[in-house]
Design a protein around this ligand. Structure first.
Ligand code: NAP
Length: 226
């Protein structure tokens, strides 16, 4: 039987490259996003998903259930980030960060339980250095990622008896379309390339299944962007 993986945010950036890499490793991949993923592959399932909607997350899993009852790998990746001084940020934007970056992973994992495989399922979360380091002008993003980390740390203990693997990644800035919408002053030369991120990701995914990586922080040698 093929191993099965879920990738949230497969339509762009890291999720898109992760999906292609997992397909090359032989996984059946269920990619979730709002806009759809342009990957043509016999083992890729492009599934509509809006993580900010409980109904959409449930429908996503109903589709996955048509093909498998077991998930080996979950890539909790989708996320948004907007830059704005706190005093200029709207309540709506702050709430949207929490809805997608914090509540979204909560809904993803809440609905995952019946697909878990004891001693097997690996949950890799693409957090950010912003999950434990405060940057200026991203208060909503910081809050949503700190919150997501707290949720994951609690769940890790609740699901201890399943003997799963939880890997939390804390990358620094990576040159993806995420930055296109931000129009910032930051030089892309001081960001990791997606291919460099993938070196770390593939190392983790290919490692023997007895190894877990509770926390990995990695960033460009130029240091934190701020
Ligand atoms: N790029 C960086 O510098 C960096 C650094 C550290 C961590 N990260 C984290 O890495 C993850 C991926 O970021 P990226 O750089 O690859 O960004 P990206 O290119 O903007 O991709 C974001 C992905 O998230 C999906 N998404 C957004 N809102 C969604 C929703 N409501 N429901 C389902 N999917 C949704 C998008 O798909 P649709 O719009 O089609 O729904 C898209 O596929 C994020 O969690 C981000 O915080 C990024």
């Amino acid at each position: 039987m093929d191993k099965c993986a879920i990738v949230t945010g497969s339509s762009s950036g890291l999720g898109f490259e992760i999906s292609k890499s997992l397909l090359a490793l032989g996984y059946k991949v269920f990619g979730g996003s709002r806009s759809g993923t342009e990957i043509e592959h016999g083992n890729f399932y492009d599934v509509e998903l809006d993580l900010s909607s409980e109904e959409s997350v449930e429908e996503f899993y109903e589709t996955v259930r048509e093909f498998t009852s077991e998930i080996h790998l979950v890539i909790n990746n989708a996320g948004i980030c907007e830059m704005s001084p706190l005093t200029e940020m709207s309540v709506e934007s702050f709430e949207q960060h929490l809805a997608i970056n914090t509540l979204g992973p909560f809904l993803l994992l809440k609905n995952l339980e019946s697909f878990l495989i004891k001693n097997e399922t690996h949950i890799i979360s693409i957090l950010s250095t912003a999950a434990h380091y405060g940057y200026p002008n991203v208060s909503a993003y910081n809050a949503s990622k700190f919150g997501q980390l707290g949720m994951l740390e609690s769940l890790k203990k609740e699901w201890k008896e399943h003997k799963l693997r939880f890997t939390n990644l804390f990358p620094g800035a990576i040159d993806t379309p995420l930055w296109d919408k931000m129009g910032t002053k930051f030089s892309r030369d001081k960001m990791l390339k997606v291919s460099e991120f993938m070196e770390v990701f593939n190392f983790i995914v290919r490692s023997p299944s007895v190894i877990q990586f509770p926390e990995i922080t990695f960033l460009h040698r130029e240091g934190y962007l701020e």
